[in-house]
Write a protein that binds this ligand. Structure first.
Ligand code: ASP
Length: 413
């Protein structure tokens, strides 16, 4: 019997996961529920661990190859600048949308902090002042390569790979053996990703089951307005703004884009991790969206670490939400500070689940808002992290297509 395509299998897996999760959540805490959740946790974690297994060699090899091959492309300067301008521009737009939505729909009005007083008391927020955060951020950038690779410290790995890639460009033909070695390492990692993807229907079903079965419905209800505003504005960015920019700049239709990108978007949605999704993002960008290997290898892994539109939007909207809960009207200066700190926080946040929460503390602190309010945001974060991460990943794929178009154009000129 011929199996349905991987996409159909993933879709069936997701539907089964949601159905089983709702069933379990309706059942309450029976032994069967516990056992099923335990099994789902094993399978879901296995899938994530397999993706993480290839992550570090893949990020490293992709960025080195991407930068080293930019030379062949003869467009190095243009690719760099377009990539960075695109990342900063779309994150800035995302923050403005987050602010706009929070101003227009005013989530938090009528909610009283007292109802969360208990949770607020119980939560020990990690306090870190802005100068400390910046100092720590800077120190983490440059590390012993072996330590960074062993610890899986992605931002440091990105920097080391950029250095090595640039050295290979400057060193030229003399170092072609190392260049070939790293290129082949990347190809092998992608082959392994292809195998891991066959498990995706099971892994994603198990993760979805857990997500649906363990959500606290009462809390979702009371914070429903805020959740709806954040999800709605993030979707607006992901469904209207990013595809609109893509269409304007490259002529690629949203339908064609989403068709090529769906595996990566779905995985990002369910795993809440840009990093865990990266192997799949790279595959979709190269194989389905037909971005050239040298561009995709550069833009996608870099974007997975620094380009986070969803996170930036969330932090801006959440800061205004917390201010409203605390009865504080933020002036323009404070909103500008939030703008920059949210951008810095999104750039510095590694692409793993719920890290947006850590930089959220920083955003709140930067304008003197109560960091304890994190206790309100944490319990609903798992649900918001889904859409946020999908849009983070979408930005990297859109960026690759735009960079390819702009760099390619100048070549033709
Ligand atoms: N989970 C997000 C990501 O991996 C980061 C965040 O928490 O905002 O892209």
């Amino acid at each position: 019997m011929k199996l349905p395509s991987l996409n159909t299998q993933i879709l069936i897996g997701c539907l089964l996961g949601v159905a089983a999760g709702s069933l379990l959540s309706a059942q309450g805490a029976t032994p069967l529920t516990q056992d099923t959740l335990y099994g789902a946790k094993l399978v879901g974690n296995l899938f994530l661990d397999l993706l993480r297994m290839v992550l570090v060699p893949l990020v490293f090899a992709s960025i080195v190859t991407g930068v080293a091959n930019l030379r062949a492309h003869d467009q190095m300067h243009r690719v760099w600048t377009t990539t960075l301008i695109f990342f900063l521009f779309t994150m800035a737009v995302a923050i403005v949308i987050g602010f706009g939505a929070a101003h227009i729909f005013r989530p938090g009005e009528g909610l009283h902090l007292e109802m969360f007083a208990e949770a607020t008391r119980n939560y020990q927020a990690r306090q870190m002042a802005l100068p400390d955060y910046i100092a720590q951020f800077m120190r983490g950038l440059f590390q012993n390569p072996f330590k960074a690779l062993a610890n899986g410290d992605i931002l440091a790995i990105v920097i080391i790979a950029l250095f090595l890639g640039i050295a290979l460009v400057i060193g030229g033909e003399r170092y072609r053996n190392i260049r070939n070695l790293v290129t082949e390492l990347q190809e092998l990692c992608l082959m392994i990703v292809g195998w891991i993807l066959r498990l995706a229907p099971f892994g994603l079903a198990a993760l979805l089951l857990q997500l649906v079965a363990t959500q606290d419905a009462a809390l979702l209800g009371s914070l429903g307005h805020f959740i709806a505003v954040v999800i709605g504005s993030t979707l607006f960015h992901g469904v209207i703004v990013l595809p609109g920019v893509l269409w304007l700049m490259t002529g690629v239709s949203p339908l064609r884009f989403f068709k090529g990108a769906r595996e990566a978007l779905l995985t990002a949605f369910i795993t809440s991790s840009s990093n865990a999704t990266l192997p799949i993002t790279l595959r979709c960008t190269e194989q389905h969206l037909h971005v050239k290997k040298d561009i995709a290898s550069f833009v996608v892994p870099l974007g997975a670490t620094v380009n986070m539109d969803g996170t930036a939007l969330y932090e801006a909207a959440a800061a205004l939400f917390v201010a409203r809960l605390a009865g504080i009207e933020l002036d323009i200066a404070s909103q500008l500070i939030i703008f920059f700190v949210a951008m810095l926080g999104a750039i510095g946040a590694p692409g793993i689940p719920s890290v947006g929460m850590l930089s959220m503390v920083l955003v709140l602190e930067s304008v003197g808002l109560p960091t304890e309010a994190i206790a309100i945001l944490l319990p609903i974060d798992r649900i918001l992290d889904t859409v946020r991460t999908a849009v983070n990943v979408e930005g990297d794929m859109v960026g690759s297509l735009i960079v390819q178009k702009i760099a390619g154009q100048s070549k033709a000129a």
